[in-house]
Design a protein around this ligand. Structure first.
Ligand code: GTP
Ligand code: MG
Length: 295
């Protein structure tokens, strides 16, 4: 390996819904981390690895910062703290508006060198409105760089990696050259189902769902995957919503998830979904752990 080979862990931080996962997916050019219109999509740290002959950057997508109100959110906050502790540099993603006190204090709480990505600039008709926003951020914290981006459209996202590389030191390759993530296909299959739940269900329902893949097998010489997953809900009433009248909703959920899984796994998928009740799991550390959310 050449001496100048660079590597490092780079956390992607920000408030819920800022576009962190969208940015990660854009950088690694793969729909790895689930994205939703609704906040609090990401619950665990997700690694997205960018490989090149000159570097390996391990991006760490994190849940959005929030004040934890129940045990699951406490777990999400711990995921952020772990990522912040372990990374060499960070990207802070924010909306293209005047930063709130929460946004400022959150960015300030991260100790590693940070690049500020002001995201969603496609939403602004008048880019001049960004000048006071940038000024405000400059006053509050010293960033290694400020980049105005649209993670969704890919505007200026090509500037992110070169800026990150400026902050990284020579280092080893932590993962295989062809690795994209440290998580298994099994993990992502559960995430795809959860993402589809955010698409289909309203109000508190998607937040009350946890997905466990109980069986994940290759069939027909690897041509097809058999995936058996259970959706755990917190209340009996939610079970009825997820199943829907005559099983309509769970059928819809199965069809939507299966399409995304086929794309992700590049295989045909047989998906077996069921719904079970696990009372108030979101506020019970033991249950959160049994659901595999602590991994
Ligand atoms: N218009 C616009 N929308 C964006 C952009 N980037 C992300 N979004 C949208 O913002 C929403 C949230 O995106 P995510 O990537 O899930 O945000 P996140 O920060 O990972 O959210 P959490 O995981 O819940 O903290 C989705 O509907 C995205 O499509 C952007 O550049 N422009
Ligand atoms: Mg996310």
């Amino acid at each position: 390996m050449k001496k100048s080979f660079k590597s490092g862990y780079v956390g992607i931080f920000g408030l819920p819904n800022a576009g962190k996962s969208t940015l990660l997916n854009k950088i690694i050019d793969f729909d790895l981390s689930p994205v939703s219109k609704k906040p609090q999509m990401t619950r665990n740290r997700i690694l997205g690895i960018l490989n090149d002959s000159r570097y390996q950057i391990v991006f760490v997508d994190t849940p959005g910062f929030l004040d934890p109100k129940y045990k699951l959110q406490k777990h999400m906050s711990e995921e952020i703290s772990k990522a912040a502790r372990d990374c060499d540099a960070g990207i802070y993603v924010t909306d293209p508006v005047m930063p709130s006190q929460k946004d400022i204090s959150t960015a300030d709480s991260i100790a590693v060198p940070l690049i500020l990505c002001v995201n969603k600039i496609d939403k602004l008709k008048n880019k001049g409105l960004l000048l006071p926003v940038i000024d405000e951020w400059r006053k509050t914290k010293e960033f290694a760089e400020i980049i105005l981006i649209s993670a969704l459209r890919g505007d200026n996202t090509e500037k992110v990696v070169p800026s990150v590389l400026e902050l990284l030191k020579p280092g080893p390759r932590y993962f295989d050259e062809d690795a994209l993530t440290d998580r298994t296909d099994r993990f992502y299959s559960a995430e795809i189902i959860r993402e589809s739940c955010y698409d289909l269900f309203r109000k508190e329902v998607p937040y009350s769902i946890s997905v466990v893949v109980e069986d994940f097998k290759e069939r027909y010489g690897g041509k097809k995957h058999y995936i058996k997953a259970v959706l755990y809900v917190e209340r009996e009433s939610q079970k009825a919503i997820v199943i829907g009248r005559n099983g309509q909703m769970i059928k819809k959920l199965g069809a939507l998830s299966r399409e995304k899984m086929k794309k992700y796994l590049e295989r045909d998928v047989f998906l077996d979904l069921s719904v079970k009740l696990m009372k108030n799991w979101k506020d019970d550390s033991g249950k959160i752990s049994r659901l595999g959310l602590n991994n």
